[in-house]
Design a binder for this molecule. Sequence first.
Ligand code: PLP
Length: 389
Amino acid sequence: NIQPADRLKTLPEQFFAKLVGKANARAATGADIINLGQGNPDLPTPPAIVEKLKNAADNPLYHKYPPFRGYPFLKEAVAQRYKEDYGVELDPATEVAILFGGKTGLIEISQCLLNPGDVCLVPDPGYPDYWSGVALAEAEMAFMPLLERNGFLPDYSALGEDAVKRAKLMFLNYPNNPTAATASREFYEETVRFAKENSIVVASDFAYGAIGYGGKRPVSFLETPGSKEVGVEFYTLSKTYNMAGWRVGFALGNAQIVEMINLIQDHYYCSLFGGIQEAAAEALTGPQDSVASLVGTYERRRNTLFEALDEIGWQAKKPEGSFFCWLPVPQGFTSMAFADLLLEQADVVVAPGNGFGEHGEGYVRLGLLAPEERLREAIQRIGKLNLFR
Ligand code: PLP
C-alpha cells in the first residue's frame, strides 16, 4: 500500500473529470447529448498552421533536443504579436518564457513565489487550476469574491486586512472564465496601485484575450503603465487559434518572474517539439483573419443562444468576452441539482457554477462550443422543462 506525499492529498478533486464521467455514462445509454459543459474548442486549427507542422516534422534539427528555453524565433513571434495587438514592448530574450500551455505556467508561478504560509489571492468563482498550484506550493488561498453587482471584478477594498498583508501573489483572469466578464483599463490601473502598495505579484491569465464582442478587443494587463514591475501575463494559443491540443503558452512581462519560471522549467522540461514551435510562430506572425473569423463565429453563436434564452424566458447577462455564458439557475435549485436535471431530462451538459468556487453557486456555465443549431436545440430542450415561466 503506497502512500502519496501529504502535498498530493491537498490537491483539489478534478471537477471536470467528474462532469465528463456523468456525461459519458448518459451517452452510453444512447442519449443524444449536447455537451456545453467543457472548454474544449470545437473548431479546427487553421490549415496553414497544420501545414507548417507537417513540413517542419521532416527537419532533422527538430529531431534532437530543442534548446532548454525554446527557440528564439517563437519568443520574437509572440513579442511581435503583443506589439501589434496591444502596443506592448517585450524583450524576447528576458521577458518571454515558453510554456506547455498556459496551464503549466499558472501552476509553476505559485511554486516560484509562494512559501508555506504565504497567501495567494484567488478569484471566486475562478479557474480551478489556480487552486492546484497554490496547493502544490503548500500555501494558502484567500478568495476574492467576483460579484455580479461589481461586474464580476474583485473589490480590493473589501478584502481582509490579514489576507492582504500575507498575500504574495494574486490571480486575475479577464475575459473571465467562468463569468464571461471583461476588465477595463481603469480596473488594471487600480490593480497595479494595489499590487505595488501591498507588494503582491499579479498573474494575469489572458487565455481568452482574443475573444471580445461588439467589436471591442479585450484589454491586456500589460497595457497598463507599471504592470511589468508587478507581474506577468499568461497567454496561450489554445483558444485564439484553436490549438488546445498543441500545448503552446507563454509567460510575458516581469523579467525576474520570467527567469524564475524558466528556472523551474529547466528541471521539468526541455521545451516543446521544434516543429510545434515553428507552427506556433506561424500562427502568431501569419495572417490573422482566422482570429477575426473565430470571434465572429462565437459572436453569432452567442446571439443565437441569447435569442433562444429569451424565447424560453431565461434571463441572463450577455457575455462580453470568452466563449462562455454564465447563467443564473432558477429559484429552488442548487447549481449542481440544476445541472443534473438538465443532463437527465434534456440531455444537455452544463458546468455547475459551484465547481468554480462558493460564489459560483446559483449559476451554470455554458460553452459556445457547438454549432448554432445545436445551441438552439439545447435551449429549446431546456425550455420544455418549463422552469422559467
Ligand atoms: N486559463 C483559463 C481561464 C482557461 O480556461 C484555460 C483553459 O481552459 C487555461 C488557462 C489553460 O489553457 P492552456 O493550458 O490550454 O493554455
